[in-house]
Every structure is written in structure tokens, then in C-alpha cells.
Design a binder for this molecule. Structure first.
Ligand SMILES: [Zn+2]
Length: 114
């Protein structure tokens, strides 16, 4: 995974935890604030995350997951687990159901056992 793909994964994870309701406002600065606190990005500069975030948001706007003009959630992200490589993907209902790591279609909803 390259830096942008990796950040996109963490952004999707973050969105699914904190913004996953229709019409929730998702601002770039808030996402940068959230991600920069993540252990994975400890030591990264705000500027670097901010630049990568531009591209991640462009992808989410293009896919129609976030509305660019209003900065609101349009399609929720669901957590899926790949049965082939066990990797977790966050996918909206407007995207193809495919594992982002191995491209397998053999994925299922990830249910957290309580
Ligand atoms: Zn997979």
C-alpha cells in the first residue's frame, strides 16, 4: 500500500467510528486533527497529512461518499472482513464489494462479537 492508500484506510476507519451517520459534517481539518493523533502518524507533520488528506478526500468526493459542496456524509461505510486474506475493508453501498488488499470478492460483514 502506498502512503495515500494507507491514509485512506485510516480515514475510512476514523469516519466509520465518528462520522458514520447521514448528513454528518466531515471537515478536512477535523479529519487531519483526528488522524494526526493516531499512533501510525505520530511524528508526521500536519502539513504532510494535510496534503495527503486532499487526495483522500478527492477520492471520497468522486465516489460520492462525501458531498464536496456541503462536506456531509452521503453513504455510510460498513466494515467488511476478507475471507481470503482476513484484511478489514470499509466499503460504502455505492462501491464494489471487494477486498482493498487482495481484490477478492469473498468478503463478509464484520460483526464485532460482544
Ligand atoms: Zn483480501
Amino acid at each position: 500500500m502506498d502512503r495515500i492508500d494507507e491514509l485512506e484506510w485510516y480515514v475510512r476507519d476514523h469516519i466509520s467510528r465518528y462520522y458514520n451517520l447521514p448528513n454528518t459534517i466531515v471537515r478536512k481539518e477535523a479529519l487531519v486533527d483526528g488522524l494526526i493523533k493516531h499512533i501510525r502518524y505520530k511524528g508526521s507533520s500536519r502539513e504532510e497529512i494535510s496534503v495527503l488528506m486532499e487526495e483522500v478526500l478527492r477520492r471520497l468526493y468522486t465516489k460520492g461518499i462525501i458531498d464536496k459542496e456541503k462536506s456531509i456524509m452521503l453513504h455510510m461505510l460498513e466494515r467488511y472482513k476478507c475471507k481470503d486474506c482476513m484484511y478489514v475493508s470499509y466499503i460504502s453501498d455505492v462501491e464494489e464489494m471487494i477486498c482493498i488488499r487482495c481484490n477478492s470478492h469473498n468478503i463478509e460483514r464484520f460483526i464485532v462479537k460482544k
